[in-house]
Design a protein around this ligand. Structure first.
Ligand SMILES: Nc1nc2c(ncn2[C@@H]2O[C@H](COP(=O)(O)OP(=O)(O)OP(=O)(O)O)[C@@H](O)[C@H]2O)c(=O)[nH]1
Ligand SMILES: [Mg+2]
Length: 220
């Protein structure tokens, strides 16, 4: 079964975790508990094809650049989330996208721009057309969503799968040789015990640490 590595990014409190949990587990998390890093696996059918989605839910707050670059490098599709109730969260995404393009060294990256919390119409400060215009400039998809009311949540992830398929058709994807063994259950792991395909991040990090140690030894 083909695997898809998806990374959810955006400022703190915009609803990255709420969207991810709504998609994976079908429930709305009301309480705000800032994320360190969580990963999820979910099997879905898109256009008649079974897909295993590996979703990395990142921290909105400032992170180690090395880790951020690693998950950007490993990610195949990106969900860039802002809240329609906070202008700054929209502004933050411009730099974030630039970083992704720089790290991946291409302008053609599967991406969905998401204006979340569209159920809070009374608190709206970012107009729908503002989101649409930005997405058009980027050449990416735009969706206004509500994790709370489950509006357009599945569409985010399905659209990314389709974008990834378009860029790398199945028969050309050499990395997709059914590693997951037909597991149907959704899984969730927190950063300290990650067991998803994003494990390579931790492996890379460990290798970096090892290299750093070796350099230390040489220096000493
Ligand atoms: N009304 C409404 N509230 C939402 C929605 N999505 C998330 N929230 C709430 O907003 C708060 C923050 O949501 P999170 O999903 O934790 O935000 P986050 O982007 O993961 O934040 P960090 O992990 O700190 O980066 C929580 O209290 C959620 O219940 C939404 O669509 N509508
Ligand atoms: Mg979170």
């Amino acid at each position: 079964m083909r695997e898809y590595k998806i990374v959810v990014l955006g400022s703190g409190g915009v609803g990255k975790s709420a969207l991810t949990v709504q998609f994976v587990q079908g429930l709305f998390v009301e309480k705000y508990d800032p994320t360190i890093e969580d990963s999820y696996r979910k099997q879905v059918e898109v256009d008649g094809q079974q897909c295993m989605l590996e979703i990395l839910d990142t921290a909105g707050t400032e992170q180690f650049t090395a880790m951020r670059d690693l998950y950007m490098k490993n990610g195949q599709g990106f969900v860039l989330v802002y809240s329609i109730t906070a202008q700054s969260t929209y502004n933050d995404l411009v730099d974030l996208r630039d970083t992704i393009l720089k790290v991946k060294d291409t302008t053609d990256v599967p991406m969905v721009l998401v204006g979340n919390k569209c159920d809070l119409e009374d608190e709206r400060v970012v107009g729908k057309e503002v989101g649409q215009t930005l997405a058009r400039n980027w050449g990416s998809t735009f969706l206004e969503t509500s994790a709370k009311q489950k509006i357009n949540v599945n569409e985010i992830f399905f659209d990314l799968v389709r974008q990834i398929n378009k860029r790398t058709p199945v028969n050309k994807d050499k990395k997709s040789k059914g590693k997951s063994g037909g597991q149907m259950a959704n899984t969730h792991t927190s950063s300290s015990s990650g067991k998803t395909g994003f494990d390579s991040l931790q492996a890379d990090q460990a290798a970096n640490n090892q290299r750093d140690k070796q350099h230390c030894c040489i220096l000493l």
